[in-house]
Design a binder for this molecule. Structure first.
Ligand code: HEM
Ligand code: HEM
Length: 180
């Protein structure tokens, strides 16, 4: 079952969720490590190249994911009313932080008017270059939004484990395999 329904996520949402989770954690670690590299380190250029290429692919994947989210029914949540509202808000905040992190990353990289080469495969053009002190401003936003994203994702993972082991709901199961 590829589509989502009221009872469960389908394969496409599940696949995108776990690919995104891996890529977000990888990009955070890589971004952090990049800052420690010296100019003569070969990774001084390679690191940002991988970071930006994976980041732009994740941006495209996330836009597909949000469209898919609107095109499908959303699985109903379990738990108290408080938990359900909290989970919905939390999920939308995760999407918002994902998009903010990637858009600010795009704005840092394109501030000098050059596009972003994605794995030397295609180039995403620079569209906005006129924000005052764009590179620094976008850099600040990028750091704080990336940090907020991984902290919220950590809390989100803990809640998923709580639903699974404590409440014994099928919350985590339906993000691992479509449920009947
Ligand atoms: C969810 C996805 C992403 C995460 C979690 C992430 C995380 C990070 C982190 C932790 C850093 C190091 C701290 C900093 O200077 O801000 C960083 C730096 C950077 N990121 Fe990302 N990033 C993501 C996506 C992107 C994208 C899509 C681009 C651009 C196409 C990008 C471009 C950059 C650049 C150019 C830097 C270096 C900034 C500097 O030297 O100050 N990032 N990223
Ligand atoms: C960077 C890491 C992660 C991000 C950005 C992320 C993001 C999201 C988002 C946005 C949703 C909402 C899906 C929707 O209804 O549209 C979601 C759902 C879910 N995530 Fe994550 N996630 C991450 C990591 C994890 C991890 C590590 C776990 C498990 C330990 C997990 C378990 C779940 C579960 C079980 C759901 C379904 C919740 C429900 O049924 O409403 N996620 N995730």
């Amino acid at each position: 079952m590829i589509t989502d329904n009221k009872r469960s996520y389908g394969w496409l949402s599940i696949l995108i969720h776990w690919i995104s989770a891996l890529v977000v954690i990888g990009l955070f670690a890589l971004g952090y490590w990049m800052l420690t590299l010296g100019y003569y380190d070969p990774w001084y250029r390679l690191g940002p190249w991988w970071h930006k290429s994976f980041g732009m692919l994740l941006l495209i994947l996330t836009l597909v994911r949000v469209l898919w989210r609107f095109a499908n029914p959303t699985p109903t949540l379990s738990g108290s009313r408080f938990e359900r509202v909290g989970a919905r808000l939390g999920h939308w905040l995760l999407y918002a932080l994902l998009l903010l992190t990637m858009l600010s990353g795009y704005l840092i990289s394109t501030a000098d008017g050059r596009g972003i080469s994605v794995f030397d495969w295609f180039t995403v053009p620079a569209l906005i270059t006129s924000i005052p002190a764009q590179e620094n401003l976008a850099g600040e936003v990028h750091w704080y939004s990336a940090l907020a994203l991984v902290i919220l994702a950590g809390g989100h993972a803990l809640m998923a484990l709580k639903h699974h082991f404590w409440d014994k709901h099928d919350t985590l199961k339906r993000m691992l395999k479509p449920q009947k």
